[in-house]
Design a protein around this ligand. Structure first.
Ligand SMILES: *[C@@H]1O[C@H](CO)[C@@H](O)[C@H](O)[C@H]1NC(C)=O
Ligand SMILES: *[C@@H]1O[C@H](CO)[C@@H](O)[C@H](O)[C@H]1NC(C)=O
Length: 449
């Protein structure tokens, strides 16, 4: 039987199978987790008595107890005692500036890398436990880097680095001209950006602040630059409205706003006399001792002027205890000369309110007048008495008896027949002045006898 030892196992198998056919068979060999039949036994279909099959641990597993083979006896397999446990990969390695996080280190397990703050994994951030141990390489945690810090106009970086700017590095700026506005220091954050935008270098100056009724108590200037401070105090009789200290800020303006000094009394002064020559305080205006904010004082136009109704005719006491400006507008009122007396005017033509216009009727001695009234109308002219003028009517053989110089309407002018003539009694001895005309004479004087 020494030859048996060198005979291939397969040859034995074939032999056993032959016997099994005769004596009975086992079913397919049992299966068990993590355990597999060796390749040579996998293809067998017949398991006669005394057949032996050999198992092995599955890929990634190793034997921890039991025997790898079972044998078919009396149509039953002997117990499969082989026990396989997953292979362990041990430590996945040490990560600089980080560490692994994993549940287990056995076959199929995964170990992930967590980098320390400010570090990022370069490449794959995990390892898997395989049959031959952990796959790949120990990952590398690289420090976070920021881009080169930005250059600024009229300024420079005081601690200029050569090479990369790494996490937590502080970049410090300084101005070569003007004032530094913003953050002087920028820190490279763990996001790979800077903690803030770079500062600006600006020339900043504020105007000399003026405050009526006050004096400066600090910051006398007269030139003021960024962050300069001025303090004010109000003069006697005034109180401060606002903050007493202001600072020159980056927009070249004072902040907070320059305060005001307002009189301690909380009223406006007496209303100013009208700035317009033709305006007057309203009729019946009585001066008061106090004018509170919101109070109004009305103005009127002087006699002969009329208010423009579209303009405000009052001033109001403002919160700052000054008056609003007077907007009142007055236009001169004028009268048009009535046509009916146009050709009878004596003297210059006038048209203003209050003006008198003289005129005369036919007797130039007694002049009359009309007056231009506030309404822009002339007073009503009195009717001219109408005068009967020369030449006197001529009556044949008769003489007029002139008793007055002028004859008004209704006056009679008598005639007398010449000597040697006698009035015909059926005729009238007079003519009558009627609307500047004499009535036609009817008198007839006939020779006496
Ligand atoms: C930096 O980046 C982070 C994440 O993207 C963002 O939330 C943050 O606002 C950035 N910081 C600045 C100053 O831009
Ligand atoms: C006076 O004159 C008017 C017309 O101008 C005439 O109608 C009237 O009759 C006259 N009267 C007399 C009394 O003659």
């Amino acid at each position: 039987m020494s030859g048996c030892k060198i005979i291939n196992k397969d040859v034995f198998l074939v032999y056993y199978l032959f016997i099994a056919n005769v004596w009975g068979q086992c079913n397919s060999p049992p299966s068990k987790p993590n355990v597999v039949l060796k390749d040579a036994y996998e293809k067998l279909n017949e398991f006669p008595s005394r057949t032996k099959v050999v198992y092995a641990c599955a890929h990634g597993y190793r034997r921890t107890a039991g025997l790898p083979s079972i044998t078919c006896r009396n149509n039953v397999w002997s117990e499969l005692t082989l026990k396989c446990e997953p292979k362990s990969c041990g430590s996945p390695g040490e990560v600089l500036n980080g560490h692994f996080v994993f549940e287990g280190a056995d076959f199929g397990d995964k170990a992930s890398v967590v980098c320390d703050e400010g570090y990022l994994v370069a490449g794959r951030d995990y390892r898997v436990c395989l049959d031959k141990g952990w796959d790949g390489q120990v990952p590398v945690c690289e420090v976070v880097k920021c881009p080169d810090p930005p250059e600024i106009a009229d300024g420079e970086i005081r601690n200029q680095h050569s090479g990369d700017v790494e996490y937590n590095t502080v970049v410090v700026y300084q101005c070569t001209k003007g004032f530094l506005i913003g953050s002087r220091e920028l820190v490279c954050t763990l996001h790979g950006n800077y903690s803030s935008s770079p500062p600006q270098c600006k020339e900043i100056s504020c105007q000399n602040p003026t405050l009526p009724n006050a004096r400066k108590t600090a910051g006398f200037g007269p030139d003021y630059k960024y962050k300069d401070v001025v303090s004010f105090a109000c003069n006697e009789g005034f109180e401060l409205l606002g903050e007493n200290t202001v600072t020159c800020e980056e927009n070249s303006e004072w902040h907070p706003k320059i305060p005001t000094c307002i009189p301690l009394k909380r009223t406006c002064d007496a209303p100013p006399p009208p700035t317009k020559k033709v305006a007057t305080l309203q009729p019946g205006y009585i001066a008061k001792s106090e004018y509170r904010p919101g109070e109004q004082v009305y103005y009127n136009c002087k006699h002969g002027f009329r208010k423009d109704l579209s303009k405000r005719d009052y001033i109001m006491c403002k919160k700052d205890l000054t008056w609003t400006p007077l907007k009142l507008r007055c236009t001169r009122v004028s009268c048009k000369i009535p046509a009916q007396i146009m050709n009878r005017i004596i003297g210059n033509i006038r048209e203003n309110v209050g003006d008198l216009m003289f005129y005369s009727c036919f007797d130039k001695k007694k002049s009359k007048y009309i007056q231009c009234e506030d309404s822009g109308e002339w007073s009503k002219p009195s009717q001219c008495q109408e005068w009967c003028r020369k030449p006197l009517p001529v009556v044949l053989n008769a003489k007029p008896q002139i008793s007055k110089k002028v004859f008004q309407k209704g006056d009679r002018l008598h005639y007398e027949c010449e000597p040697g003539y006698t009035r015909d009694v059926s005729t009238l001895a007079y003519v009558t002045c009627n609307n500047s005309k004499w009535t036609g004479p009817t008198l007839v004087c006939s020779p006496t006898g």
